[in-house]
Design a protein around this ligand. Structure first.
Ligand SMILES: [Zn+2]
Ligand SMILES: [Zn+2]
Length: 300
């Protein structure tokens, strides 16, 4: 098949047109720039931390923001959290550091071991009543907050894509969690004081599209999968949604368009909450002692 815009060979059909490599990059990047503009994600002078796991989505986001940082007038720092999952994280950390060298990206690494005394693997072995993803999520959010203070960031960008967002919104619906809708959408940061704004420039990008983008740009990571994801509802949902999308192309885009109305309504219904600071570490929380300190103390 030929590209709809030129004579070259097409590599992707975006639902409207066939695109060659060059026109795919143009389509992808202008879609992200449109999202940034429409939802006012980025302002000139922003100092943006980018959560980068070393997976295809986050390396693509770091690549994109570095490519456009002068155009957008921003500073970009990759924040890599090493939770210490053997046979997974170490592979991606090494891969990411190689890319950073090649492209001259700024990266800062935060390790669970340095801040919480042990790796996630050790926590999982010793705390049975909490799921690995729960412990990991609590520590991860704490380190994102820590990085935003240390590095004086004013925004934090994550590589959540269209597929991730549909999964999250469905999970909120399954759990009837109306308040959490206020935490979704391309721009978050209105619900709790003490946290910087979180932005998702890939909000309308399909997972398949970041995969192609990462391959074309030579930043596609080696295969590595987290061993703790199995049995999580998100994993089941992801597989189920893939099946639906293949039978009903465009399902994800239609679903997110409808859901954004609920998200923006929730942001109005649940305005900014005033919260305290953790007595031990200063982390913004409604409790006396934050969850991260609680879990850390439990093990020590
Ligand atoms: Zn073309
Ligand atoms: Zn704390």
């Amino acid at each position: 098949m030929k590209c709809s815009m030129c004579e070259r060979k097409a590599i992707y059909f975006n639902g409207k047109a066939y695109l060659c490599k060059e026109h795919f990059i143009e389509y992808f990047e202008s879609k992200v720039l449109d999202t940034i503009k429409k939802y006012e994600l980025i302002k000139e002078g922003d100092r943006i931390g980018v959560g980068v796991s070393g997976g295809k989505d986050s390396t693509s986001l770091l690549y994109f923001l570095n490519k456009y940082k002068d155009y957008l007038g921003i500073e970009v720092i990759g924040i890599h959290i090493d939770e210490g999952i053997e046979g997974y994280r170490n592979i991606l950390t090494e891969f990411l550091l190689d890319l950073a060298k090649k492209f001259d990206w700024k990266i800062k690494i935060y390790r669970f071991k340095d801040y919480f005394d042990y790796n996630l693997d050790d926590y999982v072995k010793r705390i049975k009543k909490l799921k690995p993803c729960t412990i990991c999520g609590v520590f991860r959010r704490w380190l994102m907050w820590k990085a935003s203070m240390d590095l004086e960031l004013n925004k934090f960008a994550t590589a959540h894509n269209l597929n991730d967002e549909v999964q999250t919104i469905l999970m909120n619906m399954i759990e009837n969690n109306r308040k959490d809708f206020a935490k979704e959408g391309p721009k978050v940061g209105i619900i709790e004081e003490g946290f910087i704004t979180r932005i998702k420039p890939f909000y309308f990008i399909k997972e398949k599209e970041t995969l192609i983008y990462s391959i074309i740009n030579g930043i596609n990571p080696p295969w590595a999968e987290c061993k703790y994801i199995f049995g999580e509802i998100r994993d089941d949902l992801r597989r189920w949604l893939y099946k639906i999308e293949s039978e009903y192309p465009g399902f994800h885009e239609n679903f997110i368009k409808e859901s954004l109305d609920i998200v923006f309504k929730a942001k109005k219904d649940f305005p900014k909450v005033k919260i305290n600071k953790c007595k031990l570490c200063g982390y913004p929380t409604s409790r006396e002692i934050c969850r991260a300190c609680e879990i850390k103390n439990y093990l020590n």
